[in-house]
Design a protein around this ligand. Structure first.
Ligand code: NI
Length: 226
């Protein structure tokens, strides 16, 4: 399931973040796994950067206040977000699948279920740089407005096509979901969307809504692992 979310960042947050990203020192990234590293060519912020901590806090805060993202991903653990910059010189991240296990700062591991990209440049700032994801319906080519987020299954083959003009700033992160199976997550997401619409139309107290909300929660209880 590929889902996009508009305006995850406020315009103030986006402006602050971009200001910091333009002033920070970038390095050629090597965060990918052994296979992905062969096809990876972009710039990243070194782990030692102080700005990185503030940027990460800002992204996490934005995710936490966006219920639609929580509903689509049902996150159990999220890796501290990283940032990348694709320019004409350092611009390509070829076809790959994100590595399955990622170390967390506390020494434990996260199983990547959902990958996410937060777009930090507007589409008219660069040419190329599409995020191309192969899913069950074929290849999707994605380029969203700055401040928008896309989530997709970490197990899908994807790439960032070469940037041929301008530059593309982005933030990416990996999440372990409470519900491992993509199709189960899709059912829960669709159900929660309908519940939200029903709640708006019928009011919280409608007896069938209470029952259905209970069923939704019981499905999470049945399917979640943590
Ligand atoms: Ni990737």
């Amino acid at each position: 399931m590929i889902v996009s979310f508009e305006n995850v960042l406020t315009s103030e947050e986006l402006a602050t973040m971009r200001r910091q990203l333009f002033s920070v020192k970038w390095e050629r990234g090597i965060s990918a796994g052994p296979q992905a590293r062969l096809v990876k060519k972009n710039l990243q912020i070194p782990e030692t950067s102080e700005v990185l901590r503030d940027l990460r806090v800002m992204v996490m805060r934005a995710l936490n206040r966006t219920p639609e993202v929580m509903s689509a991903v049902l996150p159990f653990k999220i890796i501290p977000p990283n940032f990348n910059r694709y320019t004409v010189e350092d611009s390509h991240y070829g076809k790959h699948i994100d590595s399955t296990l990622r170390p967390l700062p506390d020494g434990s591991y996260l199983r990547t279920d959902v990958s996410a990209t937060l777009f930090l440049s507007d589409p008219d700032e660069y040419e190329g740089g599409e995020l191309k994801i192969s899913d069950t319906y074929g290849e999707q080519s994605i380029k969203l407005p700055a401040g928008s987020l896309i989530t997709y299954p970490s197990g899908s083959v994807h790439e960032v096509s070469p940037v041929t003009r301008g530059e593309r700033l982005g933030c990416y992160m990996f999440m372990q979901s409470l519900v491992r199976d993509t199709e189960k997550r899709r059912l829960l997401y669709e159900m929660d969307n309908s519940l939200r619409r029903l709640r708006a139309a019928q009011g919280e107290g409608h007896s069938d809504l209470v029952q259905l909300t209970g069923t939704y929660n019981n499905l999470i209880r049945m399917w979640s692992e943590c």
